[in-house]
Design a protein around this ligand. Structure first.
Ligand code: CIR
Length: 258
């Protein structure tokens, strides 16, 4: 029913220069100390769910380095190390590659680029977002690698948002959650849908870990819709400082089973 049975997850602490990362949010400068506290809370939530959390030290060469999701696609059959779409982020993937050594690693090669935020997994199907970060060549490479590993995939044009998963995520129970314009695409017809209201757009990015759905604090209408369905096990965690840098819940970790 869920995506996977995760046992571990990888995170990386934000660095002192976290505010120098890329952003279009227009929500002001993040507070570094508050970001660190929110990151710790996020890791605690994952631990409480039962995961072993592997937390890397901040790497000041990469202000966006805490958004580890973009550096790899990890499955139990294969690990794909990406070439991130923005040049300032290329190199972040090296530390992740070291941890994943021995886990059937494949690489996205230039001129292909892929950000993990564009890769939406629903069970054994992958939706690959074509965005400013994930180009046609990267999408082609990843689809071929996934096919060889026995997965299916197809591409989706990303509009309005940074990454595909900024606007849509899988909530479990055959249900997707996201922005109306994105989840009403016929490509997602087979799933049940929860539409987040425009003023709660940030809640489109939820993180499903085993049977628990983590949602960002402060989105009451979205929370109520999820609760009304009666079967979601929900945990909220505050994310305001990461939202200022265009990062959501999925961006801050790479779940896996070891
Ligand atoms: C960036 O623009 O690359 C970062 N500031 C935010 C990345 C967020 N990652 C994600 O959505 N997967």
């Amino acid at each position: 029913m869920f995506n996977n049975d995760y046992t571990h997850t990888i995170t990386r602490k934000p660095g002192q220069n976290f505010a120098d990362g890329i952003t279009t949010a227009g929500l002001g400068k993040p507070d570094f100390n508050k970001a660190c506290r929110q990151h710790e809370q996020y890791c605690t939530v994952l631990q409480d769910i039962g995961l072993d959390v592997i937390t890397l030290k901040a790497d000041e060469r990469y202000p966006d380095g805490c958004f580890v999701e973009d550096t790899a696609i990890v499955t139990d059959r294969i690990t794909i190390i990406t070439t991130p779409g923005d040049p300032s982020r290329r190199g972040e993937q090296k530390a992740i590659e070291q941890i994943m050594r021995g886990r059937n690693i494949q690489y996205i090669q230039a001129p292909g680029t892929v950000d993990g935020g564009d890769i939406l997994r629903i069970k054994d199907h992958f939706f690959i977002g074509l965005s400013d970060r994930t180009n046609e060549e990267g999408a082609y490479q990843i689809s071929e690698i996934l096919k060889q590993a026995g997965f299916q995939s197809n591409t989706v044009a990303v509009r309005i948002v940074l990454h595909l998963k900024t606007g849509i995520t899988y909530a479990g129970h055959d249900t997707i959650i996201g922005l109306q314009d994105i989840i009403e695409d016929s490509i997602f017809d087979q799933y049940k849908k929860i539409i987040v209201p425009a003023e709660e757009a940030y809640a489109a990015n939820c993180l499903l870990i085993n049977d628990t759905l983590i949602i960002p604090s402060g989105h009451p209408q979205t929370k109520a819709q999820l609760k009304n369905r009666g079967f979601f096990k929900l945990i909220e965690t505050p994310m305001s400082e990461f939202e200022k840098m265009d990062g959501g819940l999925t961006c801050l970790s790479l779940p896996l089973n070891l």
